[in-house]
Ligand binder design. Structure first.
Ligand SMILES: [Cu+2]
Length: 406
């Protein structure tokens, strides 16, 4: 059966939630469905591969042939305030936590000049985007890492539409997690979610976890390495062995044969990079509650929320006082929207939801794995924000309802 979520929406007013209305809307939905034309994405799914997937993913074309939409992105170390009194060193795209949100049109050619302004090695991976493999950003596999002070140019055609993201793919527990990640929203005129729900506001919530003890150790190790590299540079001894960056596997094997000790050997490796992290701070868009930005809505308004899990943990996000529609997974529209109030999201996933404003008030939206609504073990905090009805806030004056001395 075709779905027509418009006809299955929550009642117009909370005063009329009766069974009768429910049955009536259900009947209207069934009748309305027959009149609908098949959405293009569903047609494509039923017919097999879409036009783009039938074609080979093209190698990026020269600038004389296509017009590129250009972005400049660098990475630098910043001192970021997660909460009053909690300032942490992070690796940040353009100095922002999370990195800048990139919005492009589906099919548009994108060029990103990525400059490394740190002493570490990095790449950018375009998560969930069908790029040509050389621009996929996997260090030592499909590209050499971008060295300190150097620029690498990423090029790709933005496809497919939806909520996607980008992150560093080098030493990911440290880099991606802290906080080399940002949203990449690919928009399309054919977006079935936009067509169906006609939402008026579009929010992006980047979910993050921070292990501040691990961070401290890693930044100290980074400073140590910097000192070593400067010492080696001065003596002209900074080479493949001292940076552990080889051109290929045989060069690496040759170095081992000659007695070079790889950095992963137990006697050399002091890093916790290979161990599980123990995040003690949980954030949305770079802030922990009570500093998280509220999500604004008005009665009768429909909003879209794009959730991107860049952290190390699975979250179970619960919205109070509402049922919402889960409409997309990993950027791709679901075959059928699902009504729910608690949504699981695993590391690396993106999920889109639609909230309809039918219950004015102040409502919490938070991780229901309750150890994550804490700041360093203290409740309340962490991955929690508010859905705020603007007209109420305007009438009553919005007061963040938080008391830390209870
Ligand atoms: Cu990196």
């Amino acid at each position: 059966m075709q779905w027509n979520p418009k006809d299955l929406r929550a009642p117009e007013t909370p005063a009329d939630p009766g069974r009768r209305t429910f049955l009536k809307t259900l009947a209207a939905g069934a009748a309305g469905a027959a009149l609908l034309t098949k959405p293009s994405w569903l047609r494509a799914a039923q017919e097999g591969l879409s036009w783009r997937e039938k074609a080979t993913i093209p190698r990026p074309l020269p600038e004389t042939q296509v017009r590129y939409r250009e972005f400049n992105i660098d990475v630098r170390t910043v001192l970021h305030e997660l909460l009053p009194g909690i300032r942490i060193h992070l690796l940040a795209f353009n100095g922002q936590v999370p990195g800048p949100e990139l919005r492009v049109r589906e099919g548009e050619w994108v060029k990103v000049n990525f400059t490394n302004k740190t002493e570490l090695l990095h790449t950018i991976h375009w998560h969930g985007v069908d790029v040509y493999y050389e621009h996929d950003g996997v260090p030592f596999v499909t590209q050499r890492p971008v060295m300190p002070g150097k620029t690498f140019v990423y090029r790709f055609q933005a496809y497919p539409a939806g909520t996607r993201w980008y992150h560093c793919h080098y030493a990911t527990p440290f880099h991606l997690g802290h906080s080399m990640h940002g949203a990449l929203i690919i928009e399309s005129d054919d977006d079935p979610i936009k067509k169906t729900f006609r939402y008026s506001r579009d929010y992006t919530l980047v979910l993050e976890t921070f292990d501040t003890n691990f961070l401290k150790e890693e930044f100290n190790r980074m400073l140590e390495r910097m000192k070593q590299r400067l010492w080696l540079m001065k003596r002209g001894k900074l080479d493949a062995k001292t940076t552990a960056v080889f051109k290929n596997v045989s060069e690496f094997l040759k170095a081992v044969d000659e007695g070079w000790l790889p950095p992963y050997l137990p006697e050399r490796n002091q890093s916790r990079l290979g161990a599980d992290l123990a995040p003690n701070f949980f954030a949305i868009n770079g802030k922990s509650y009570p500093l998280t930005d509220p999500i604004l809505i008005r009665q009768g308004e429909t909003i879209r929320i794009r959730l991107i899990n860049t952290g190390e943990l699975i979250h179970s996000l619960h919205l109070h006082g509402h049922q919402f529609w889960w409409v997309a997974q990993d950027g791709n529209p679901l075959m059928q929207p699902i009504k729910m109030n608690t949504l699981q999201i695993a590391p690396g996933q993106t999920k889109d939801i639609i909230i309809e404003g039918y219950n004015p008030g102040y409502w919490t939206f938070h991780d229901h794995i309750t150890t994550r609504v804490t700041n360093n073990g203290i409740y309340p905090g962490g991955m929690l924000t508010l859905l705020v009805y603007e007209e109420m806030a305007e009438r009553e004056g919005f007061k963040p309802m938080v008391s830390l001395d209870q």
